[in-house]
Ligand binder design. Structure first.
Ligand code: ZN
Length: 254
């Protein structure tokens, strides 16, 4: 099947998660024949089955946790159980930061032995899953956090997950065919920019990294109130690039 990604949720920040103004489910990736769940926040299991067509979590080949904040991994436990037939079939791979695996984290210890492999993400890590390759980028987010770059069928797909902006950030994400950016904040000077990107920062990254296509997601309340689709359209016009705002359930073919 051709590569695609599907945003089961687009919520970022605790208020949007608590109110479910946007779903807080993870992103389903189907790349090089591998089914992957990235950052399964609250409600991911439910949104898999509510998806049309349904996405069967028993068919997952891997679950990736970029960091252990609750909006990125609360549903990891139930998804590992689904992927491994309740722990009876040792299959699939769980990739997660060491902090997610070892510290006080929503990931239960008991289920970490269920997958065929449980692999800690590390700085400049290179990983293989069948024919699929991916690597990590160290982010600055207060906890151990990794951005991800997938190489699939000759395409390069980057996920700028939660992070503060820093000068070298965009350099890691050059030449992406599709770049997905978590943008929690509307205001450039918001105090939480010490660990999150604002719209202004996302625009800097797109200008510097020059992806063929960019998608904004993981919206906080301020971004949502300012109509992300309008923001993306304006940004697209300013930069002369294909920039979209993710919607819950949005599927993108690569
Ligand atoms: Zn986070």
């Amino acid at each position: 099947m051709a590569d695609y990604i599907k945003f089961l949720g687009t919520a970022g920040g605790r208020f949007v998660v608590a109110t479910q103004l946007r779903y807080s489910a993870g992103t389903w990736l189907s790349l090089s024949g591998q089914n992957i769940m990235l950052d399964p926040g609250p409600g991911t299991l439910v949104r898999c089955w509510a998806s049309r067509p349904k996405l069967d979590p028993r068919k997952l080949d891997a679950i990736i946790i970029s960091h252990h904040h609750i909006d990125h991994c609360t549903d990891a436990n139930v998804l590992v159980e689904a992927m491994t037939g309740g722990g009876h079939q040792q299959r699939g791979v769980l990739f997660a930061s060491l902090q997610a695996l070892e510290s006080d984290s929503p990931l239960c210890r008991y289920m970490q032995s269920f997958p065929e492999r449980t692999v800690p993400l590390t700085e400049d890590g290179q990983y293989a899953l069948g024919r699929l390759r991916f690597s990590t980028v160290v982010h600055r987010h207060g906890v151990e956090t990794y951005g991800l770059i997938f190489e699939s069928e000759g395409k390069r797909l980057g996920f700028v997950v939660d992070t503060a902006y820093f000068d070298e950030l965009a350099g890691h994400y050059q030449n992406c065919d599709l770049l997905i950016i978590n943008v929690v904040l509307a205001e450039k000077d918001h105090p939480a920019t010490d660990r999150h990107l604002s719209l202004w920062h996302a625009e800097q990254i797109i200008q510097q990294a020059q992806p063929a296509q960019a998608i904004l997601t993981h919206f906080g309340m301020g971004v949502l109130q300012n109509k992300p689709w309008q923001i993306a359209a304006d940004m697209s016009q300013r930069l002369g690039r294909d920039i979209q705002a993710a919607r819950d359930g949005m599927k993108v073919k690569l």
